[in-house]
Ligand binder design. Sequence first.
Ligand SMILES: Nc1ncnc2c1ncn2[C@@H]1O[C@H](COP(=O)(O)OP(=O)(O)OP(=O)(O)O)[C@@H](O)[C@H]1O
Length: 229
Amino acid sequence: MLPIRAEAVSYAAGGAAILDEVSLTIAPGAPMLILGPNGAGKSVLLRLLHGLLRPEAGRITPAAAIRGAMVFQRPVLLRRSVLANLRYPMALAGVSRAERLRRAEVALAEVGLSALAGRPARRLSGGEQQRLALARAAALEPEVLFLDEPCASLDPAATRAVEEIIARIATRGTKIVMTTHDLGQARRLAGEVVFLHRGRVVESALAERFFAGPASAEGAAFLQGELLW
Ligand SMILES: Nc1ncnc2c1ncn2[C@@H]1O[C@H](COP(=O)(O)OP(=O)(O)OP(=O)(O)O)[C@@H](O)[C@H]1O
């Protein structure tokens, strides 16, 4: 699946341009953080890269229907047990029964939910639900995992727990591509940064370089908290 290449990808909705000739390459390595002010087009870009939306112009390769796995800001869980939520997508993906059991057990332990395996998933707390959503995606052992503001509705402790899980998934070789509004979180997790502003990629850089001093005026203003949209 990797590298995934977006070449001059444009997208519009309701007559308004949302993404304008966006090009980027997702290659194996440390997490890619897509940053930018509200409305920059981050979520739309993530959905295009995953395959939930089709570009109106330009192309994304490989041309699979769906690329990798995705976790949303609010997890979409089945009205079933924690364990059933974990196993179901693996069954759809054709993972054998024995392997499903093994991976589910490992995944639950990794996100600290082993004791809650039999609970109805929708009764978990917000933080637990997001940990379950991550475990469910990771159990598919995707080459690339897209995360759209996975900590947006979590408190600081739950956020840290989710960050640790993301970092662990990344060290196992899954490429993380994620959006966040939390610059502290971006600094902690990012290997590379794609900075989006009004539907365009303004900068694409190693995280260290971007945070030490963005090359663009927009990037600098964004880090100062002075770029509102
Ligand atoms: N289906 C749609 N129809 C019309 N406009 C849309 C649609 N989806 C997104 N937009 C618009 O496209 C722009 C980019 O939206 P997107 O959600 O990708 O931004 P974002 O960078 O993720 O923003 P935020 O940081 O606020 O989540 C916004 O102006 C939004 O209103």
